[in-house]
Design a protein around this ligand. Structure first.
Ligand code: PHE
Ligand code: NA
Length: 454
């Protein structure tokens, strides 16, 4: 099908359900699943954290995904504009516009570190492809990654490349080609993950890896871990970053939002769990630390690629697919800002990309330096990158998610939401969840994290 979302027409539209599902899945599935999910699961003790995360996806993530796509579709504009229009329709204050704003800003902040990590993935295409990890020990693989992190110029090079690619694609509107690429890459990534799960089964530590992922010990779970799990549910489903609202604005009216949101939530969760099933057996088989931090993926997978037959080929392919998955997410992180700038100031997409790109590049330096020059400069124990990630994922996104839930459940009229989502038992379940369960759970998790429950 033809996807016209990137054309300069006033109200571009996806050709249909499939094009939207591809783009939205492309946004959801990314570094969050394969890089971030395993490393934060490792840091927060495993299965109990995973269960909280799964509960958050179900009770908060999927209903909110429906809400955001719905708001985007009904508002038919960039997030601030859509929020203001729908508030107007409901007779509420246009100040709700701010919520759309926060989404645009969040996407911007997230992209500033997203491109740096995506740069690691691109660098690893060449490293694994060249066979650098053939028969490498865990120690050698760790040293290789350490050397990459230790070189600001290398990080800046790869990060800038990813940023330029992202902005180029968004500016030129060549997303059609990219969606076709997603069509190919998603199943490819999925297959390759299955191959890797097969490899992990041969390590002799597969069951230990599974137990770490699925056998919960709730004693290990702190209030902060619960908040991180909640934040990750937002991050991984691309919520509260303006992206899903913006994509929803291009969605034709007849497509079922509920079905689509369920599909996206399911695929996204599956990819994350598969990544965990690949990585943790490798961690235990090689005597590594599950809590090794943001480098976990990059110090475990190369060991496998270095040992398996055709490892250099599989490795290069894997990092190509990871890079494409990251790119399709990165695009949805900047699209809200571009949609807003072009709508508000009537400037071209190219200008909007250039302007936001320069700012974002400067901000990305903070993340680059977090791993070398500024490694020791911490605030409350967090580097620039750690702080930015924590602030956006654990605080800003759940908080704006709370307000989006309140908006969809209490401000928008029942008639309006029913028109978008359709009547029936599914609708009633959604409405009850978004009005009561999602907001109450988010508030409880915040209170828990600040220590109200002791
Ligand atoms: N969902 C993406 C991932 O898991 C990241 C993302 C967050 C994209 C917010 C868009 C908006 O990698
Ligand atoms: Na994701």
């Amino acid at each position: 099908g033809q996807v016209a979302a990137s054309s300069s027409a006033a109200s571009p539209q996806w050709s249909g359900r499939m094009a939207f599902v591809l783009a939205a899945t492309g946004s959801a599935v990314g570094l969050g699943n394969i890089w971030k999910f395993p490393y934060i699961t490792g840091e927060h003790g495993g299965a109990a954290f995973v269960l909280v995360y799964l509960a958050c996806i179900l009770v908060i993530g999927i209903p909110l995904l429906m809400a955001e796509v719905m708001i985007g579709r009904r508002g038919r504009h960039n997030p601030p504009h859509a929020m203001a229009a729908l508030a107007g329709e409901a007779g509420a204050s246009p100040r709700w516009r701010w919520l759309g704003w926060v989404g645009v800003l969040t996407g911007f902040l997230l992209l500033s570190f997203y491109v740096v990590v995506a740069g690691w993935a691109v660098a690893y295409i060449f490293d694994t492809g060249a066979g650098s990890f053939n028969t490498a020990t865990g120690e050698q693989v760790g040293a290789h990654f350490g050397a990459l992190l230790g070189s600001p110029l290398t990080l800046i090079f790869w990060g800038s490349l990813v940023l330029a690619l992202t902005l180029g694609i968004v500016a030129l509107g060549v997303r059609q080609g990219l969606e076709r690429a997603v069509n190919l890459m998603m199943p490819g990534l999925f297959l390759l993950l299955l191959v890797l799960v097969g490899y992990s089964m041969t390590t002799g530590h597969f069951m230990q890896g599974l137990a770490f992922l699925f056998n919960p010990d709730f004693g290990k779970l702190s209030g902060n871990s619960v908040l991180v799990a909640l934040g990750h549910a937002f991050f991984t489903l691309s919520l509260a970053g303006g992206g899903m609202m913006t994509y929803g604005a291009y969605l034709p009216g007849k497509v079922s939002i509920a079905k689509t949101a369920l599909t996206i939530g399911l695929l996204d969760t599956l990819v994350a769990l598969l990544a965990g099933m690949v990585i943790f057996p490798l961690v235990f088989a090689n005597g590594l630390e599950p809590g090794a931090g943001p480098g976990l993926l990059f110090v475990t997978l190369p060991i496998a690629f270095g040992q398996m037959p055709l490892g250099a080929l599989f490795g290069a392919l894997f990092f190509v697919m990871l890079s494409v998955a990251a790119l399709t997410s990165a695009i949805s992180l900047i699209e809200p800002a571009v949609a807003w700038l072009t709508g508000r100031y009537r400037i071209s997409r190219a200008r909007a990309c250039l302007g936001s790109g320069v700012l974002m590049w400067l901000l990305s330096l903070g993340t680059v330096f977090s791993f070398n020059l500024w490694e020791q400069h911490t605030l409350f124990g967090k580097t620039f990158f750690g702080g930015l990630d924590y602030l956006t994922s654990s605080w800003i996104m759940p908080l704006s998610g709370l307000f989006i839930a309140l908006f969809a459940g209490w401000v928008m009229s029942r008639t309006a939401t029913e028109q978008e989502l359709g009547r029936g038992p599914g609708y009633r379940l959604w409405r009850f969840t978004i009005r009561y369960l999602s907001p109450v759970f988010i508030v409880l998790m915040f209170l828990n994290a600040i220590g109200v429950f002791g």
